[in-house]
Design a protein around this ligand. Structure first.
Ligand code: ADP
Ligand code: MG
Length: 233
């Protein structure tokens, strides 16, 4: 599903260069539930943004579902993102003047689905998240957990193969974090690959594979056994 070979990424900072990823090799199979951990500044978001085709890389190779993701123009990149990837962010990234249903429906707008149809589908996804009654509410009327469930519904609506989540529980209390994590596990059980960046041990311990980033390299990859995961729920 995801193949990275020797990925390097630097940021230009005036005359300085910040070398963030220094040769990342990584394979993630379809249907895996993976976390990426590491201290702040270790390059987790940089790596996730490359996986999500939100950013480019300087060196190496990236294959997503067999497609070579390199030197894509913005139209092509947007098309792959829309077809294959759902995003969830720490800060929810909902549009404040649109209601929950319209926020969830947004990816279908880009796919030129009619308003009527996309609102029907958005309601189905909100219902799955237990939020049907909140469809007409704007984000500022929702709790953090509700906002994140709206964002998860939005990430699901275009039936992506991969969901990428950057610190999705970073702004939530621990009980709500567990609810959100349970949703990701449920989504993963349907066969969708889920990759979660987190610095919370409780979260990473519930994923099958934990990728540790340090100083621009993968320091280690740890496999969690089902027994381990159960013990941490
Ligand atoms: P993490 O998500 O693990 O905290 P990031 O991937 O966000 O780390 O950042 C890794 C390093 O790259 C940090 O030192 C950060 O300041 C720097 N960085 C991230 N994005 C940019 C950017 N757009 N321009 C310059 N430096 C950046
Ligand atoms: Mg980050």
């Amino acid at each position: 599903m995801i193949e990275l070979r020797g990925i390097h990424k630097s940021y230009e900072m005036g005359s300085n260069k910040l070398h963030v990823l220094k040769g990342i090799d990584l394979s993630i199979k379809e249907g895996e539930l993976v976390s990426i951990v590491g201290s702040s500044g270790s390059g987790k978001s940089t790596l996730l943004n490359i996986l999500g085709i939100l950013d480019t890389y300087d060196q190496g190779e990236y294959y997503l579902d067999g497609k070579h993701i390199k030197n894509l123009n913005e139209t092509k990149a947007a098309w792959y993102r829309n077809q294959m990837i759902g995003f969830v962010f720490q800060s929810f990234n909902l549009i404040s003047f649109k209601n929950a249903m319209e926020n969830v429906a947004l990816p279908l707008y880009y796919q030129k689905v009619s308003r009527k149809r996309r609102n029907i589908v958005a309601l189905e996804y909100l219902d799955r998240m237990g939020l049907k009654e909140w469809a007409e509410h704007t984000p500022n009327e929702l709790s953090g957990g509700q906002k994140q469930r709206v964002a998860i519904a939005r990430s699901m609506i275009s039936k992506p193969k991969v969901i990428l989540a950057d610190e999705p529980t970073g702004a939530l209390d621990s009980a709500t974090s567990m609810e959100v994590m349970n949703l990701f596990k449920e989504i993963n059980r349907e066969g969708i690959t889920v990759i979660i960046v987190t610095h919370e041990h409780d979260i990473s311990e519930q994923t099958n594979k934990v990728i540790h980033l340090k100083d621009g390299f993968i320091e280690k990859i740890r496999i969690n056994t089902p027994e381990n995961i159960l013990a941490n729920v």
